[in-house]
Design a binder for this molecule. Structure first.
Ligand code: APR
Length: 251
């Protein structure tokens, strides 16, 4: 099926959709100038995740880890939502729910106006104390104190899920509750390799709840055969096209 026909098929599904699930990864922020991880110029091509994104790395050298995250915060502070984030925000309307699950630690979805955004890997703008559980929002870029320390004296960590760590319980429960409610018309999986099994599992559960699963990515991903339609391209080009024609008001 040609790309135009595939886009038309998804646009028609969206026009009638009352409940859209979206799962995003680093690729949706790529056009905002935020590096991905596993692309040709991704972060993990330049940095070994074992030196920066594990608890052991932080225990070994918190200053080295914080310098790396601080540089990401400085870069992220310059980033703005791109047409892909804005298209998702524009999909929200009376009678249509758009529920976004993101692996991203930026807040570009929220900046674009998306209302329901669940972060499963934490936030670049939050820091956490492992001793007394303090969690603070901190948007200094660069940090005024590196590494940041808690009132209790402990060095604070990025409130980001590192390799080998559990996903945060509350966001996962929100996702499972949403999936159990069922009645999902469309599941857009955007800008992710779908490396992690839970991403594939949630897309599969959305499909079982009635969703057409659409992969928005310039290349094939780990989603494999659960994809109904692959819109091959950049999210910033593909997503606005789904909204292009005037849509019949959702009744
Ligand atoms: N539009 C859509 N997709 C894009 C674009 C774009 N403009 N640019 C790149 N992509 C795609 C790539 O083809 C790739 O499939 O985005 C995907 C990015 O994959 P990864 O770099 O692996 O990022 P992600 O899937 O979000 O990684 C998941 O892994 O390292 C951890 O915690 C980190 O949250 C991250 C998680």
């Amino acid at each position: 099926m040609r790309a135009v026909a595939r886009t038309a098929r998804v646009r028609e599904r969206l026009a009638k959709a009352k409940n859209v699930m979206v799962i995003t990864g680093a690729g949706i922020s790529a056009e905002s100038g935020v590096p991905t991880f596993r692309d040709a110029r991704g972060l993990w091509k330049e940095f070994n995740p074992l030196d920066y994104a594990t608890h052991d790395a932080f225990e070994r050298d918190p200053v080295r880890v914080w310098k790396w995250y601080d540089q990401r915060r400085v870069n992220m502070a310059q980033a703005r939502p791109n047409p892909a984030h804005r298209a998702l925000a524009a999909m929200q309307r009376p009678g249509r729910r758009v529920f976004i699950v993101t692996q991203n630690v930026d807040d570009l979805h929220e900046q674009a106006g998306s209302k329901e955004v669940v972060h499963i890997h934490g936030s670049l703008w939050r820091i956490r104390c492992e001793r007394d559980g303090t969690v603070l929002e901190n948007r200094e870029a660069p940090l005024s104190e590196l590494p940041p320390t808690c009132m209790c004296g402990e060095v604070m960590r990025p409130d980001i899920v590192w390799f080998g760590e559990e996903l945060p319980r509350q966001p996962v429960e929100r996702i499972l509750h949403y999936l159990l409610e069922g009645g999902i018309d469309l599941c857009l999986v955007i800008g992710t390799e779908a490396t992690f099994g839970y991403i594939v599992q949630w897309a599969l559960q959305a499909r079982e709840a009635g969703a057409m699963v659409v992969d928005v990515n310039p290349r094939d991903t780990g989603l494999g055969s659960i994809v109904d339609v692959h819109l091959r391209g950049k999210a910033g080009d593909v997503l606005p096209k789904l909204l292009q024609e005037t849509e019949p008001e959702v009744s």
